[in-house]
Design a protein around this ligand. Structure first.
Ligand code: ZN
Length: 203
């Protein structure tokens, strides 16, 4: 399986990192070795002094497809969950300055914790979903999918022009404002429409 992620999909988050709001999606990949499941602890890597949390809604692809039209894209995911797109911001900043790729900052081992997935059918409106991240009981990130720049269907249509989507692939759909550093000992709790799906520690 592969993990596809979209950067800068909430305007306020683009602004907080002094990035322009994109007119086409910013896409990057993480390998399967980035996956961290079952709320297992995240071991802070030694190569970064500034690993950031980015809480995101994650789509689970349920069948193979390529060149999927936006009109039919909703049929390619039945379940959604939460994920944390861990980002070594210090490494990313150095690479961005030089126009270099982001893999070392984004694709390292365990950089993609994901929750259990829940049927999207349980939500009345996928474009009015509230989600938030608490760290040590303090609210750090709050998002609502009404603020997405690119819809889930648009993202699926866009990326499937380039990559064949396969059953089990995951799409991280971008983080809202409020990203910041995690520290060893932190307790991360992520909620989707009030249901706690993310619950793990930084070790
Ligand atoms: Zn992200």
């Amino acid at each position: 399986m592969k993990i596809i992620a979209i950067g800068r999909n909430y305007a306020e988050h683009a602004h907080e990192l002094n990035n322009p709001v994109p007119t086409i999606p910013v896409i990057f990949l993480k390998p399967d070795t980035a996956l961290l499941k079952d709320n297992k602890p995240f071991y802070h890597p030694e190569f970064s002094e500034d690993v950031h949390h980015e809480l995101e809604i994650v789509l689970k692809i349920n069948k193979e497809g390529k060149h999927i039209s936006e009109k039919f894209a909703a049929g390619y995911y039945e379940e959604i969950g939460l994920g944390v797109d861990f980002t070594a911001r210090d490494i990313q900043s150095r690479h961005k300055e030089k126009g270099l790729p982001w893999e070392l900052a984004k694709a390292f081992d365990s950089s993609a914790p994901v929750s259990n997935f829940v049927p999207k059918a349980q939500f009345a409106n996928l474009y009015d979903l509230n989600f938030h991240l608490d760290i040590n009981g303090q609210r750090k990130q709050t998002g609502n999918t009404s603020n997405l720049l690119f819809s889930f269907e648009y993202i699926i249509a866009f990326v499937s022009q380039y990559f064949t989507l396969k059953k089990g692939d995951l799409i991280f759909t971008g983080t809202p404002v409020g990203v910041g550093k995690v520290n060893i000992g932190d307790h991360l709790e992520g909620f989707l429409e009030g249901e706690k799906l993310i619950d793990f520690y930084i070790k």
